[in-house]
Ligand binder design. Structure first.
Ligand code: GLN
Length: 483
């Protein structure tokens, strides 16, 4: 059984020639064949290409040269990241047959490592949602409880890593889409600082918030994959020019003197009691290990959802203008160009995407711009300031990654209720800060719970050190569900 091991363990086994990349791939493929019908993590599987990549990795290993971390290790890519020659649908009917003629920068960086790419994972259409129920194709089920959602929008990536149908995956996070599914599926997920990882080739949802990041079995894998994908890119003018440290240097057990802020706004009635308890237990563990814990306040937290659900739809409405059946996207004909565009967008966009386009255009329209968009941007500044003030006192902030564990598929039908579920994650995106979700226990019905650790801008290293120290203190690391 190889599919249940983290990438760093498999990397060592490959290096010592205890296993081959081909053998590892077949193990993961047969696990996927056995689980995929129940879980539905993938939109596209690329087995044949993967077999060629495994063969190439084996050749590299046989040649005796130093092998990169991901060489021969099978992973999966969220289907809103452009993959040269492989369909990239964003889980939307409008991009059903879109085959990018180029690779996203993260794919280029990954491909230098000679990894094995298993395919493209399911998501909420255009990454808009928190449950993967908004995919235009099929539902993804949480491997820990098949009647539950895997979270979203990177639900396919999180479910694949949890099910053993990928060793690692990439996701994207605009308002929580890496951290919340990681928390729902019991895996590690990191949203790096805005600009730490190039967005070139990530299909844009809300450009001032979007960021790509890893979903992995453990913190060691997270650090290693961040090493591969982080860094400046001339193709993304918002990518940071700051030097990328070697994140594996932060894989040390040491939180002595680490100042942890616990914001009181995150432990209110809206947060499930079992989640609060698990997160508080995790925080006391840090205290036992020598960290200093203090209560802090992030006073504008309650306005984060309102601001986010103006800013994100406003940017989305603009970004999605290009799918008109002429410049981009599937076409549904009409008697003239206006009818053609109307027919196309009516038929090919799903309900939630249309809702966001309408909210966004409304908020940006001449009469309402000041009242909505401008006001939301002012709130965004206040939220950023909350964090700046907090980080004058503490090194990291700890909160739940989501207000509840994974809930039943179909149980949230009101869009507003769904938006409110993002309360723990969206403030960071508005402030551009890095955050990681690490498993910190289970609910009474055995659904995973995630601890979110929030860091200063570009301080992913401290997040990794804190998360790693916590992970090492736990007995049951890297456990996969039975399925
Ligand atoms: N759930 C949030 C939304 O629907 C976040 C999605 C994301 O991070 N892509 O916008």
């Amino acid at each position: 059984m190889l599919y249940n091991k983290p990438a760093h363990v498999l990397h060592d086994m490959l290096k010592k020639k205890e296993i081959s990349a081909a053998e590892l791939l077949e193990d993961v493929l047969s696990r996927t064949d056995a689980t995929e019908e129940k879980v539905g993590a993938y939109l596209t599987r690329t087995q044949e290409e993967a077999r060629k990549q495994a063969e190439a990795a084996d050749k590299k290993i046989a040649s005796g040269c130093e092998i990169p971390f991901l060489a021969g290790i099978p992973g999966a890519i969220k289907d809103n990241i452009c993959t040269n020659g492989v369909t990239t649908t964003c889980a939307s009917k409008i991009l059903e047959h879109f085959v990018p003629p180029y690779d996203a920068t993260v794919m280029k960086k990954l491909n230098n490592e000679s990894p094995v790419i298993l395919g493209k994972t399911n998501l909420d259409e255009f990454a808009m949602g928190g449950s993967t129920e908004n995919s235009a194709y099929h539902m993804t089920h949480n491997p820990w409880g098949l009647e539950c959602v895997p979270g979203g929008s990177s639900g396919g990536s999180a479910a694949a890593v949890a099910a053993g149908s990928a060793i690692w995956a990439l996701g994207s996070d605009t308002g929580g889409s890496i951290r919340q599914p990681a928390s729902f599926c019991g895996v590690v997920g990191m949203k790096p600082t805005y600009g730490r990882v190039s967005r070139y080739g990530l299909v844009a949802y809300a450009s001032s918030l979007d960021q790509i990041g890893p979903l992995t079995r453990d913190v060691t894998d997270c650090a290693n994959i961040l090493n591969v994908i982080a860094g400046h890119d001339e193709m993304d003018s918002t990518s940071s020019a700051a030097e990328v440290p070697d994140y594996t240097k932060s894989l040390v057990e040491d939180v002595k003197g680490l100042k942890i802020g616990v914001p009181k706004e995150y432990f209110t009635d809206g947060i499930d009691a079992e989640v609060s308890k698990a997160v508080r237990n995790a925080i006391s563990k840090f205290e036992d290990m020598g960290a200093e814990v203090r209560e802090i306040s992030l006073p504008h937290t309650e306005y984060a959802i309102s601001a986010y659900y103006i800013i994100a739809p406003a940017e989305a409405a603009t970004n999605l203008e290009r799918y008109d059946g002429v410049s981009y996207g599937e076409r549904v004909d009409g008697i003239d160009v206006v009818e053609l565009m109307t027919n196309t967008r009516t038929a090919k966009f799903g309900k939630e995407v249309k809702r966001r386009i309408m909210i966004g255009n409304y908020a940006l329209s001449a009469g309402y711009y000041d009242a909505y968009y401008l006001k939301a941007m002012k709130v965004r500044t206040l939220i950023q300031k909350d964090y700046t003030d907090a980080f004058n006192q503490v090194d990291v902030i700890m909160t739940p990654a989501a207000p509840t564990p994974a809930y039943k598929i179909g149980s949230i039908t009101n869009p507003l209720q769904m938006y409110l579920m993002d309360i723990c994650t969206v403030p960071l995106n508005l402030a551009g800060l890095p955050g990681i979700s690490v498993p910190c226990g289970f609910s009474s019905n055995r659904m995973p719970i995630g601890l979110q650790i929030i860091g200063k801008p570009l301080d992913e290293a401290t997040l990794i050190r804190a998360a790693y120290t916590y992970e090492q203190s736990q007995d049951d690391k890297n456990i996969l569900p039975e399925l």
